[in-house]
Ligand binder design. Structure first.
Ligand code: R5P
Length: 291
């Protein structure tokens, strides 16, 4: 049986080619046109009877989500027999409950939409807090691969560090990495009062140590900046940060630098100047096991 074809949007072509090289699978480009009124049109190249995997991270997600639905429709009309989605960064996972009256559960809305068009969804380190598994989000097969597999080799090369998660939500992630590399770890308590108003309290005095903040997402940078300030107040000499999804809203990198974070590295699920760690091998392994 011929291998599945990876279908890339223009913004996901670099990552998809890395995935294609890791798997030895072909890559096709999805042509994308934006009409003057803002509507999108996609064109795919697919053979009838083939298996297709669409690859796209969902940073700045709203338009991209609709374009994924268009691509899925186009691929089915072209006659593909199985259709999966690899979304290295999966958006809308943080709104997993109604925090204030009148809000939606965005996570469920996204799951219903994409799950109706794809038979399988695969991502890296989805933000799953109150939801235990992606199978609760999507009505189709869905899996989040732990980014600990991607981060651990980089951490081992960086030498012994204290791993610090900024909030309770980060605990499973930080513990998973720490167990893999054998480093000490702790997590803080976070209070968010607004998009960029965050306070983090850390448990122990860490005077003189070298600390690495680890988190799944940097968006405004307020969380990691607040955690860095708490570490500095405790006398930590060098603070670095490693994140999975470099979402980085405008001004976020400057906020981290101003907070005294000497180095920031990220995986390449979202293209960014801080990308140092390839995520494709983790996703390739999961895809290869089932091909
Ligand atoms: C939330 O719990 C996530 O794990 C991140 O800590 C959060 O999304 C980071 O957002 P920001 O950079 O805007 O503080």
């Amino acid at each position: 049986m011929p291998p599945p074809v990876l279908h890339a949007f223009p913004d996901s072509l670099v990552f998809t080619r890395r995935l294609g090289r890791a798997l030895g699978w072909p890559v096709e480009r999805i042509e994308l046109h934006h009409f003057p009124d803002g509507e999108s049109l996609v064109r795919v190249r697919a053979a009838a009877g083939g298996r297709a995997i669409v690859v796209r991270s969902l940073v700045e997600p709203n338009e991209k989500i609709f374009e994924l639905l268009l691509a899925a429709d186009a691929l089915r009309r072209a006659g593909v027999t199985s259709l999966s989605l690899v979304t290295p960064y999966l958006a809308y996972m943080r709104q997993d409950r109604v925090f204030q009256p009148g809000e939606p559960i965005s996570q469920r809305v996204l799951g219903a939409l994409l799950g109706a068009s794809f038979e399988r969804v695969l991502c890296l380190e989805a933000h799953l807090h109150r939801t235990r598994s992606l199978t609760e989000v999507f009505p189709c097969r869905a899996e989040s691969i732990s980014a600990a597999f991607a981060l651990a080799p980089w951490l081992e090369r960086s030498g012994p560090l204290l791993l610090v998660g900024p909030d309770e939500e980060s605990e499973p992630f930080v513990r998973g990495i720490a167990e893999r590399v054998g480093f000490d770890w702790c997590v803080g308590l976070k209070k968010r009062q607004g998009d960029t108003e965050v306070r983090v309290a850390l448990p122990h005095a860490q005077r003189g140590r070298r600390a690495l903040l680890v988190d799944d997402i940097v968006s405004s940078g307020a969380t990691l900046a607040a955690a860095a300030e708490a570490l500095r107040a405790q006398g930590v000499e060098r603070i670095e940060a490693a994140v999975v999804h470099a979402v980085f809203a405008e001004g976020a990198l400057g906020r981290l630098r101003a907070a005294g974070i000497a180095q920031v590295v990220s995986t390449d699920t979202v293209p960014h100047v801080t990308n140092r760690i390839e995520a494709a091998p983790c996703l390739a392994q999961a895809l290869a096991e089932e091909a």
